[in-house]
Design a protein around this ligand. Structure first.
Ligand SMILES: *Cc1c(COP(=O)(O)O)cnc(C)c1O
Length: 390
């Protein structure tokens, strides 16, 4: 009864922007969460792709608490080791040259957009500012990243949005070429697998065409790796599986392992675009968040990523043509399931049976911790299959 009051308190005082499930979570270990009523859940959502190594992971917790006890914040007026080391590791593992740190995916994209606009305005004049993004994309909730997001239902009630964005259909190379030739673009921004849009992977041909256009017109190609990044799709970043080298990579979510951090990685072409005073963030590069991210990134080696791919294969194979399942899509451990039953019903029934899943558009979406133990994964897949066929 005392616990019910937390739900009531939240409903009374927290802005009503979220449709929450009637569950209060109190603790977690590995890939298992415990609710206030003692019920345990296998977590197949990882806080929307954030808790990359699950809950109470020893390495991550030690890295974070050690830094927390030493120094929790400094501002960007001074140097700190976790920030510098994380930037070094990110650049060494990707071939990018510079990193700007922020606190979220939307901010990582804001920075990416600023870099693209400054680069292109300098090269081609002040009329070159339009960023091409895709229909059905998701890039964040600030007014500028909403404008970048190619889904009208997020836009209504908030106009006017930041001008200078145009949306082309995913995987439609002809439309992309047409927009690129007519709209004087300052950049192209895309997710290699559209997450919120329904876990839709782009075709390698389309991603390569975007990269070729960017190269030819000398504009930055921005890959939004907020959801796909940091091991989620079975490679360190998803673009690595598409045979391209972006000019700008934005990432967040799984990077921090559960603490808020965003990063905008800048390649050779744009590495000197941002100068003193061009951009900033009070919390950006926070040493505690960077220490957590350093623990996450340092562990995403070949052996670990091979294991992510094996788990992915297991999920795809288990769900392929299972009763009540129409199709399975995605990459690595970013998986969308088209079910015969409405996705929301499947998620609710799974929850009753102790498995937490997500949705994306009309699909059930799975984003388990990258190190989810096989026994938890097997159990969760069994429950999902049972619920779908019922
Ligand atoms: C979640 C997400 C964002 C926004 O991230 P926030 O941290 O919520 O601001 C941006 N792009 C993609 C692809 C995302 O999945």
């Amino acid at each position: 009864m005392i616990r019910m009051s937390i739900i009531s308190l939240d409903q009374e005082y927290v802005a009503g922007t979220y449709g929450r499930f009637p569950v209060e979570l109190v603790s977690g270990r590995g890939s298992v969460l415990t609710a206030a009523d003692g019920k345990k859940y296998i977590d197949m959502g990882s806080g929307i792709g954030v808790t990359a190594f699950g809950f109470a992971d020893d390495d991550w917790t030690n890295a974070v608490t050690a830094q927390l006890m030493r120094l929790q914040h400094t501002s960007n007026l001074y140097y700190t080791e976790p920030c510098a080391r994380l930037a070094q590791v990110l650049c060494e593992k990707t071939g990018m040259k510079k990193v700007f740190f922020s606190n979220s995916g939307a901010e990582a994209n804001e920075c990416a957009i600023k870099v693209a606009r400054k680069y292109s305005a300098k090269k081609k004049g002040p009329d070159c500012y339009t960023i091409l993004t895709l229909v059905n994309s998701f890039h964040g909730r600030t007014l500028t990243t909403l404008a970048a997001t190619g889904q009208d239902h997020f836009h209504k009630d908030f106009r006017p949005l930041t001008p200078g964005f145009a949306h082309v259909e995913a995987n439609n190379i002809a439309q992309l070429l047409d927009a690129a030739s007519k709209l004087n673009p300052a950049g192209i921004m895309l997710e290699c697998v559209q997450g919120e849009g329904g876990v839709n992977p782009l075709t390698p041909e389309f991603v390569k065409a975007a990269a070729a256009i960017a190269e030819e017109q000398d504009i930055p190609l921005i890959i939004d790796e907020v959801q796909t990044g940091n091991g989620r799709t079975g490679s360190l970043y998803a673009y690595m599986q598409f045979g391209i080298m972006p000019d700008i990579v934005s990432t967040a979510k799984g990077l921090g392992g559960g603490l808020p951090i965003g990063a905008t990685l800048m390649g050779e072409k744009v590495q000197y675009v941002l100068g003193p005073g061009d951009h900033g963030s009070t919390y950006g590069g926070n040493p505690v968040c960077c220490a957590g991210a350093l623990s996450v990134i340092s562990r995403l080696d070949e052996t670990f990523l091979t294991d992510v791919c094996k788990k992915s294969d297991y999920v795809f194979t288990s769900l392929h043509q299972a009763p009540g399942i129409e199709s399975v899509c995605g990459l690595g451990l970013m998986i969308g399931i088209k079910t015969v039953k409405p996705a929301k019903e499947v998620v609710a029934a799974c929850m009753d049976r102790g498995v937490l899943c997500l949705t994306a558009k009309d699909k059930v979406r799975l984003l388990p911790a990258l190190n989810i133990p096989m026994e938890n994964l097997e159990k969760a897949i069994e429950v999902i299959k049972f619920v779908c066929k019922e």
